[in-house]
Design a protein around this ligand. Sequence first.
Ligand code: FO1
Length: 445
Amino acid sequence: MPVNPRRVHALRHAPDGGGPVLYWMSREQRAHDNWGLLHARELAGARRPLVAAFCLAARFAGAALRQYDFMLAGLEQTARTLAGLGIPLVLLEGDPGGEIPRLAARLRAGVVVTDFDPLRIKRDWQTRAARALDAPLLEVDGHNVVPCRIASYKKEYAARTIRPRIHKLLPEFLEEFPTLEPQQAPVPELPAPDWARVRQGLRADPGVAPVPTPSGETAALAALAAFVSAVLPRYAAGRNDPNAGATSRLSPYRNFGQLAPQRAALDVAASGGGENQAAFLEELVVRRELADNFCLHSPGYDTLDAAPDWARRTLDEHRADPRPHIYSREAFEAGATHDRLWNAAQNQMRASGAMHGYLRMYWAKKILEWSPDPESALATAIALNDRHLLDGRDPNGYTGILWSVAGLHDRPWARRPVIGTIRAMTESGCRRKFDVAAYIRRWGG
Ligand code: FO1
């Protein structure tokens, strides 16, 4: 079954010269369930060689050793799986906007296929690669069940406006993946990745240490299976309780493309049609696709420029309000505020590279209350998020932080000092929802 052509978007139009097919892996770091790779395999057919490449960019958007360590472990596994299918993975280093066209020229590639990604840095790489290439550059959306460019051509206001569009298109796109066929065509001689050398040469900040979360496609599928069998049955009731262990913990695998969201959607949908499945699919499909839609259509997705007008206005009106507590970025990072629940959440993030979804909202909203101004609050929240979490630098993260701090996809609520009409969250509200003391005991506040 061919890849639905509506998943494919040309970033550079040119005739396909008929030479080898180059798949530029970036957001979707996996061998299986990968629409971009499947499309590249389809274009290669029986006779054209297919080569995959990943370009390692130093200091990707402030990433630390924790994220590079996780990513490289997964890539190494994916390279082995691909090699078993006769598909070489070339590991390039440097600026992808220059390195990918150079490899394409060396291979005399007839066409280059890459992953859809709405983030600025990726779009900049793709734009520069497109300019330097002689071949067509095709983007395939392997991250969204309904491709982002098909779900909507404009910035959506809220979940309620994108939901009906996505639901209408699900029957077309929520389909089983074909298997990746082994390559028969002879491939050019290419250097095998030297993983040990690449790890040694990393310049990423070792101050954020690797975490023991297992990485790679196999670990991702095991985590999905464990979630569907043991956790999903209590997802709807327990997901807002950070002590309940009732969330999927799949976000690192999704962020590094080790798990196709569509694989998670298929397995969860196959497990039944109750409220647990519905609640999870709303998060996985509707909310996540809303995040990609937001980043694709808001170039300043990590600034207050992307906030709704009412939110920017209210934050301005309360700019001069006295703040009972103001902390520096260092104090926030160390988890050294007066609020033990907040400190515990920060400690969890620092120690484990993860934070429960409910606490992420509380965490970000308090940074707004305890910073000198909304701009520095947003910058602090994004910097800490991206530095410590395994799912940092992701459209979901930017969208979640802007929702918490700047009213994105939300509406005005009752007015309060400092935060104006941005929706408030309080410690007493948390106490009504879950056992705050138990959470603080676990992570230390
Ligand atoms: N993508 C790349 O194509 N090359 C990289 O060197 C690279 C490094 C990297 C480091 C940390 C991190 O969190 C992400 C990184 N990514 C890299 C991108 C990643 O695969 C995701 O596409 C983004 O985080 C967006 O979801």
